[in-house]
Design a protein around this ligand. Structure first.
Ligand SMILES: Cc1cc2nc3c(=O)[nH]c(=O)nc-3n(C[C@H](O)[C@H](O)[C@H](O)COP(=O)(O)OP(=O)(O)OC[C@H]3O[C@@H](n4cnc5c(N)ncnc54)[C@H](O)[C@@H]3O)c2cc1C
Ligand code: SF4
Length: 461
């Protein structure tokens, strides 16, 4: 399917466009692939996985038909391992490190991980049980990958855990932000259910700082894990942002994930601003909503783009056009306040900025107009600075500062993990890193309250 080909389309056809693109491996394919693995000692693939999944072990279990064991091996190290099987940039992580890159082609680790976890989902397996209660209470703020991972681990250690989640459902960006055709909601919901089965209480529709105060939480809980992620897309700061037809990419993707498919995009021209994964998702969703032409504008070049390579390729296959060194100057509306175009200016690259990326400067007199019916803003995410300040935590521009090993904040009773601590200039945030940080924060809290002996029991060498 390319952007140009879709003109007339029904809502049912649109729904089909949002079904998962990649099909899973068949039993035969999974078995053959598992048998290709060399089960390396000191496996480089495991070292390259931020959560340290024992990859040869889970692959061997697939080869021997032990799919429950395989799913447990994956999910033990990564409480959102079913989502990661679909959304991880595996070519930069485990598959990129596979020794078979040197001779043939790497093992399809992501697809095998999906095969084992899909089996567990399909067979409604419960993978873990809560630890013996230790009488301590922990509040986790945010039920995204970081919060779920921390909560699952804390429950395994015997803590009494409550997650406070602002949205209708937990799962964070796995539930609402990463497009359905790569990550269907049912996968995220299964991971949430696994955490609930550990006796973790999830209070949805509860905004910390509004529905429950920070001081109440500090009074009621022994420790707090702050895992609230990042917030909405920032404003571009140009004329015309309030026009009808201008969208926030995250809200836009969320609408498609919650079934609010609009026929308004059929045959339309769409311009997306930004070149990270959010921009790609905004563009590929527009194509699936029937847009006739989708352009991504980026002020720098392909070399500075932060979207993963596989996301970029995916967008190109969808027929999305990329306009490098192009920045928006103003959005143009008609007399009814509806978007009809965007004025842009050409850019040139200059000296590197503080984050190492080269600065882009406008080329004087190079303005031009691109006619468009919709503009999707995808230039990153703002920060939960007000919430962080309610907690009185040390932060830099809304990025909570933590100890890199324990994830403890400037308040020793509060830990933070996931996108809320993700710094600028570090490429794109990843689900798998958020999951690992949640695990490490949980382990640090456990260490605070327990003896070395009990740690050895839980993590036998
Ligand atoms: C469009 C898009 C596409 C992406 N694609 C990929 C991808 O392909 N692969 C990949 O690895 N990563 C991807 N990412 C990044 C990844 O989704 C994040 O790094 C990851 O979700 C971070 O997890 P988190 O738990 O820190 O935050 P989130 O997933 O954002 O979860 C935070 C949770 O906290 C809740 N919350 C916020 N404030 C409050 C409050 N005051 N009270 C209570 N709850 C609150 C939110 O509702 C949310 O549920 C993508 C991100 C975006 C935006
Ligand atoms: S590096 Fe490749 S071959 Fe070796 S264990 Fe990992 S997946 Fe198997």
């Amino acid at each position: 399917m390319t952007a140009e080909k879709i003109v007339h389309i029904s809502l049912t056809e649109l729904e089909k466009n949002f079904q998962e693109v990649e099909r899973g491996l068949t039993n035969q394919e999974a078995l053959e692939e598992a048998n290709r693995c060399l089960y390396c000692y000191d496996a480089p693939c495991t070292k390259a996985c931020p959560t340290g999944i024992d990859i040869p072990a889970f692959i061997k279990k697939i080869a021997s038909g032990n799919l429950l064991g395989s799913a447990k091996t994956i999910m033990f190290q990564n409480p959102v391992g079913a989502s990661c099987a679909r959304v991880c940039p595996t070519d930069e992580l485990c598959e990129g490190a596979c020794v078979l890159n040197d001779s043939t082609k790497p093992i399809m680790i992501g697809n095998l991980q999906r095969y084992a976890t899909d089996w567990a989902i399909h067979n409604e397996q419960t993978l873990f049980t809560p630890g013996k209660p230790n009488g301590r209470k922990i509040a986790v703020i945010g039920g995204g990958p970081a919060g779920l991972s921390a909560a699952r681990e804390l429950a395994r250690f015997g803590f009494d855990v409550t997650i406070y989640e602002a949205a209708d459902q937990a799962g964070g960006l796995n539930t609402y932000g990463i497009v359905s055709f790569r990550l269907p909601q049912k996968i995220s919901f299964w991971e949430v259910a696994q955490v609930e089965k550990m006796n973790v209480k999830i209070r949805t529709n509860t905004v910390v700082g509004k529905d429950i105060s920070v001081s109440e939480l500090l009074d009621q809980f022994d420790r707090i894990v702050l895992a609230a992620g990042m917030a909405q897309v920032p404003n571009l700061g140009i004329e015309g942002e309030d026009l009808d037809g201008v969208y926030d990419a995250i809200e836009f993707v969320k609408a498609t994930k919650t079934g609010q498919l609009s026929k308004n995009f059929i045959g339309k021209r769409v311009v997306v601003i930004g070149a990270g994964n959010t921009a790609i998702d905004g563009a590929t969703c527009s194509v699936r909503l029937g847009a006739a032409n989708v352009k991504i504008l980026y002020r720098r070049t392909m070399a500075e783009m932060t979207a993963y390579d596989f996301e970029y390729e995916f967008a190109k296959q969808d027929g999305v056009e990329f306009r490098w060194l192009t920045a928006p100057k103003r959005i143009i509306g008609d007399q009814n306040g509806k978007v009809i175009g965007i004025e842009c200016v050409r850019m040139k690259l200059d000296e590197p900025e503080a984050d190492g990326r080269r600065k882009a400067k406008p080329v004087e007199g190079s303005e031009f107009v691109i006619p468009t019916d919709a503009v999707i803003k995808a230039i990153g995410q703002t920060r939960h600075t007000a919430l962080i300040e309610q907690f009185g935590l040390y932060h830099e521009d809304g990025i909570v500062k933590v100890d890199p090993e324990t994830f403890q904040t400037s308040n020793p009773k509060i830990y933070a993990c996931g996108d809320i601590i993700f710094g600028k200039g570090k490429g794109e945030a990843m689900v798998v890193s958020a999951a690992q940080q949640g695990k490490k924060a949980a382990a640090a809290i456990h260490r605070e309250f327990s003896t070395v002996e009990s740690l050895n029991e839980l993590y036998p060498s």
